[in-house]
Ligand binder design. Structure first.
Ligand SMILES: *[C@@H]1O[C@H](CO)[C@@H](O)[C@H](O)[C@H]1NC(C)=O
Ligand SMILES: *[C@@H]1O[C@H](CO)[C@@H](O)[C@H](O)[C@H]1NC(C)=O
Length: 463
């Protein structure tokens, strides 16, 4: 392969229907459902109907006043600063720890009631939440909310406490049940994963398949989110001689979510199929090392997801939090290649990054990926985008800088073309010759194109 490392394909896919491409904001469905009727309360506390709008997805339906914080009625609870905070926490923390923080907060504000007695939420749940989420508060320089003080307002297991996250955990188990080796088939839940869910799914997938998988971080996004990679191979964590290193990246454009979700499924699929004894998957995992970065731009994703698919402008969340398009932020080595390729001693397989590159703005996400590429000898790589149904292969930048569309092959044209062709031919829709089908704009070249011939741009993810 030429250029240090490299094989870069852009798999651009999109669903044809106008199906929502963005997951719903977890708070959306609760908005406007809040009934405003005040419930009367008696002198002696008794169980009463739980009726707080932002808490209507709790697993119990009765609560009791006064609550742990001393609010004597639903009205008081609803008027308090604590409830207000819960209503905005998703946006404040950029969706981190959502919906966990809200569910635990709700269990303090409106604890379950049994036999006219309050059941307090569990201290252990609070402590685990605090451990996982305190950094999200630190990131916005906000103190941990006083009403989530684990010592003051929560109860120990021996006191018969209530775990407000039990249901959520059980639902995540269901999503992961495909990973159980006893299961005869792969069950995958078709919903978009939030950032928190994605991290949790990847970590749990690696834990289930710890003999062939492992997660590691390559850095953090602008807003401090983890750039978490899951790898699959027979000896995770080690480069083995002659085992090809493969890199798959999704969600570089934060609002292009299909690839991100496909990569999360791919990780689950590799794990579960390996455990089920699928020979093809086993030999792939035994003989290669696959690294999956499902989201290179979790900040952009968060913005796009929080706006929701209806309000979302088609471009919001595409860039990172510094408004840099990550697919224009890598060093432009292609121009250097064009300029120097005719000089006799110029090495086209090791082009140094020009100093001027560092004078510009380099996004932390871009930098993390560059460092990652340096650290491992990747031989094949793909980045999954949204918006078209085509496999685009290098170069992306035109041989003549002013030509917007110009066939600009690499010295490895044949191999790139073959890789692209293999993907497109194996894809049910792309190999469908019906010219009227959705996404048929590349039917003439049967689903593949040289990037610069499609449209030329510099600074794409070419190591
Ligand atoms: C993959 O490696 C594992 C562990 O060495 C072995 O048990 C399994 O049979 C191998 N599978 C294939 C298809 O090579
Ligand atoms: C589509 O056309 C190509 C080239 O003409 C052919 O090789 C391929 O088999 C066709 N695919 C189907 C599904 O008919």
């Amino acid at each position: 392969m030429y250029l240090e490392v490299l094989a870069l394909l852009f798999f651009l896919e999109r669903s044809c229907l106008s199906a929502p491409q963005q997951p719903c904001h977890p708070g959306d469905e609760f908005l406007g459902r809040c009934s405003s009727s005040r419930s009367a309360h008696d002198e002696t506390p008794t169980c009463t109907e739980l009726n707080l709008g932002y808490c209507n997805d709790l697993e119990y339906s009765t609560t009791i006043f006064p609550n742990i914080l001393g609010h004597r009625s639903r009205y008081e609870a609803e008027s308090g600063a604590e409830y207000l905070l819960l209503s905005v926490i998703h946006g404040l923390l950029n969706g981190e720890c959502s919906p966990e923080i809200r569910l635990v907060g709700c269990s303090v504000l409106a604890s379950p009631c049994r036999d006219n007695k309050m059941v307090k939420p569990c201290r252990s749940t609070c402590e685990a939440l605090r451990k996982g989420c305190i950094h999200a508060f630190e990131a916005i320089e906000m103190a941990w909310p006083y009403f989530l003080d684990c010592d003051r307002f929560f109860a120990g297991n021996e006191e018969g406490c209530f775990d407000p996250l039990a249901g959520l955990k059980a639902r995540q188990e269901v999503a992961l049940s495909s990973l159980s080796p006893e299961e005869p088939s792969t069950i995958i839940q078709f919903t978009y994963a939030s950032n928190a869910q994605m991290y949790s799914l990847l970590k749990r997938t690696a834990a289930k398949c710890s003999h062939i998988s492992h997660v590691y971080s390559i850095g953090r996004s602008t807003e401090g989110r983890d750039l978490l990679v899951i790898e699959f191979t027979d000896n995770p964590g080690q480069h083995e001689l002659l085992e090809p290193e493969i890199k798959l990246v999704g969600n570089m454009h934060g609002n292009e979510v299909l690839g991100r979700q496909l990569l999360i499924y791919l990780a689950q699929y590799l794990c579960s199929e390996y455990m089920l004894g699928n020979q093809r998957i086993q030999s792939i995992v035994n003989n290669t090392r696959i690294h999956i970065l499902a989201s290179m731009n979790p900040d952009g994703y968060e913005l796009a997801a929080s706006e929701g698919h209806l309000l979302n402008g088609w471009i919001s969340g595409r860039a990172n939090a510094q408004n840099l398009d990550l697919n224009r932020n890598f060093p432009d080595l292609t121009s250097l290649f064009y300029r120097n390729r005719r000089s006799r001693h110029y090495r086209i397989d090791h082009i140094p990054i020009p100093d001027t590159y560092w004078f510009g703005k380099v996004a932390p996400e871009t930098y993390a990926v560059m460092k990652w590429i340096r650290s491992l000898p990747f031989v094949q790589s793909a980045s999954l985008h949204g918006g078209e149904l085509v496999v685009s292969y290098p170069f992306d930048f035109s041989r003549h800088p002013h030509e917007e569309k110009m066939f600009s092959p690499t010295p490895d044209e044949q191999i790139f073309k073959q890789l692209a062709r293999t993907y497109a031919d194996a894809h049910a829709t792309m190999s469908n010759n019906d010219t009227d089908r959705c996404g048929a704009s590349f039917y003439r070249t049967r689903g593949i194109i040289n990037g610069a011939l499609w449209y030329s741009f510099a600074g794409g993810e070419i190591p």
